[in-house]
Design a binder for this molecule. Structure first.
Ligand SMILES: CC(C)(COP(=O)(O)OP(=O)(O)OC[C@H]1O[C@@H](n2cnc3c(N)ncnc32)[C@H](O)[C@@H]1OP(=O)(O)O)[C@@H](O)C(=O)NCCC(=O)NCCS
Length: 161
């Protein structure tokens, strides 16, 4: 929520929780989830976080490296927890944690974390358009902003090389 001292176009980023269950058609012959399906799930969670933050159309511009730390089994519950952690002029960086959860026992583990860059665009001319400023509501948000700045620098270096 905006505080009274914040300009109108500055806002806190909501955290998005998106859950699903892993079905056989999403798994390989070891019975674990396809990496590509995990990435598609992350992309949707990133898009929702970006849309709820800026309420403008967005596209995925790029993703950072992903490491899958632990496999996700058929029948497990998968949950994405996504949030805009950094904004530029027209771009946003969304952090997505992916958790897997045993459906009966409830054990939950972090499987991967991704950083997706989204760009907002103007529906009329299709060009990138400004996004709201991000209000950093606590120390955790400030720490994630610092991470987002590092991601942004590495993207800039990549784009210039
Ligand atoms: C992403 C896209 C809109 C950028 O367009 P562009 O003409 O390069 O735009 P600009 O150079 O004006 O950059 C606009 C913003 O995007 C950012 N950006 C551009 N390319 C980027 C990339 N590869 N990764 C992260 N951010 C990127 C710029 O840093 C800039 O951010 P800022 O305004 O916050 O400083 C364009 O490349 C595109 O439409 N790509 C296809 C997206 C798509 O279809 N995604 C679905 C996957 S198939």
């Amino acid at each position: 929520m905006n505080t009274s001292s914040e300009p109108q176009n500055a806002r806190v980023a909501p955290e998005v929780h998106m859950a699903d269950i892993v079905l056989p058609n999403q798994t390989n012959n070891h019975g674990t989830m396809f990496g590509g399906d995990v990435m598609a799930f992350m992309d949707r969670a990133a898009a929702i976080a970006a849309l709820r933050f800026c309420r403008q159309p967005v596209v995925t511009a790029s993703t950072e490296r992903l490491d899958f730390r632990t496999p996700i089994q058929n029948g497990e519950i998968i949950e994405a927890v996504s949030k805009v952690i950094y904004v530029g002029r027209t771009s946003l960086i969304v952090r997505i944690h992916i958790y897997a959860e045993h459906p009966l026992i409830g054990d939950r583990r972090l499987c991967t974390t991704g950083y997706f860059s989204m760009v907002a665009f103007d529906q009329k001319n299709g060009q990138p358009c400004p996004v709201p400023r991000l209000v950093l509501e606590d120390d955790a948000a400030r720490a994630e902003w610092a991470l987002g700045e590092e991601v942004r620098q590495s993207i800039n270096a990549r784009r210039m090389s």
